[in-house]
Ligand binder design. Sequence first.
Ligand SMILES: NC(=O)c1ccc[n+]([C@@H]2O[C@H](COP(=O)([O-])OP(=O)(O)OC[C@H]3O[C@@H](n4cnc5c(N)ncnc54)[C@H](O)[C@@H]3O)[C@@H](O)[C@H]2O)c1
Length: 428
Amino acid sequence: MNPPITATLPRHDIADAALASDGRKRIEWAERNMPVLAQIRERFEKSQPFAGVRIAACMHVTAETANLMRVLKAGGADIALCASNPLSTQDDTAAALVHEYGISVFARHAVDRDGYYSHINAALDIAPHQVFDDGCDLVNTIHTTRKELIVNITGGCEETTTGVIRLNQMAKDGALLFPMIAVNDTDTKHMFDNRYGTGQSTLDAVFRSTNYLIAGRIVVVAGFGYCGKGVAERAKGMGADVIITEIDPTKALDAMMQGFRVLPMIDAAKIGDVFITVTGNRDVLREEHFKVMKDGVIMANSGHFDIEIDVAWLEQNSKSKNVKMRHETDEYVLADGRRLLLLAEGRLVNLGAAEGHPASVMDMSFSDQALTAEYLVKEAANLKPGVHDVPSYIDKEVASLKLISMGGRIDTLTPAQDMYLNSWEHGS
Ligand SMILES: NC(=O)c1ccc[n+]([C@@H]2O[C@H](COP(=O)([O-])OP(=O)(O)OC[C@H]3O[C@@H](n4cnc5c(N)ncnc54)[C@H](O)[C@@H]3O)[C@@H](O)[C@H]2O)c1
């Protein structure tokens, strides 16, 4: 356990230092369910892979992220952390990182857009060697307004699907000027974090906000990717009648064969009780859908940006708005009197209205991040600017450690099996 920092504090801008001891409890609670990260931390404490390495991280400022920051610090890194979404910042966690663990943090819950970017810039003032991003805003800021930093940056990693999509677009245009590793694309990230983490925590946010019973209700999930599958499966498991909307015929077919109804949104909009967007796209719920929805429906977004639900239309066209009727629940009253409920202002609902993914699943994503950062220290010089995969040995190591930590065991190949799988000469 790190001793409390009493002497000089690291650079910071946080909401309330008095929350530090609550934050410490929250971080230590999360740590209990992050056994793989704990093993990595022990190794890093001895090997000090980040001695002399400065890292700027733009991530959700949650207890799980705090544990990743502690691992990097234990490995010798000098870190500056800012938020990747103002609504997900836990002010107690931010306070604890600064006052209990001596880590530089720039994050306040619900800060406005200017504050958000001033925090990103403050984190970048560390003049990083490595960058950790979650949604690509940090990398975007570097390439647009902080280009002078690029000379020092060896590389970085990106945590989420939307960030990887943006990085790929940058790389396609020849605009990405250092190597970025797509941590999101590891099996141990997207198969678990996006699916089980988003699935559970998105519904958790709906329940915390509304205390709504979804059994017997129609839940419409827009997008049947990794996250959408997780949300749909869990809603179905709790007794909801789940409808999927998709734009990809293969994903739609998969949803149908898993027993879900598949409809265009314009049809689903007329019958749904709860709508959850998780596509990474924009305007998935918009005017034409709002106009046919039933009175009292609940809308939430779990995709990365707050553009999946056209909140601007609701703001401009509603007769009135009842703000914060309940925790993170705003009610828009349309001209004809119908009431549409919006959770967490249309931002990432699982982080805005709940606590984000459970620590146990972030244990895997953040172990991927920690091991990828170590890999970058050794290999960044050999990587060209662009988007790169995490080496598969890291993915397999994290899966093996997690499996063991959960008491799972697997078989090993016999020599004959090994030869059979690796030879083309054997017939049937
Ligand atoms: N809430 C969280 O904590 C969390 C966690 C991980 C990822 N994400 C974010 O969630 C989003 C989805 O991530 P993913 O990993 O599931 O991506 P994915 O690419 O696996 O799935 C997205 C799906 O949405 C579909 N889609 C796109 N536009 C659509 C539209 N207009 N209508 C219906 N379907 C549409 C695509 O065909 C695809 O199947 C991204 O923005 C990602 O960054 C959020």
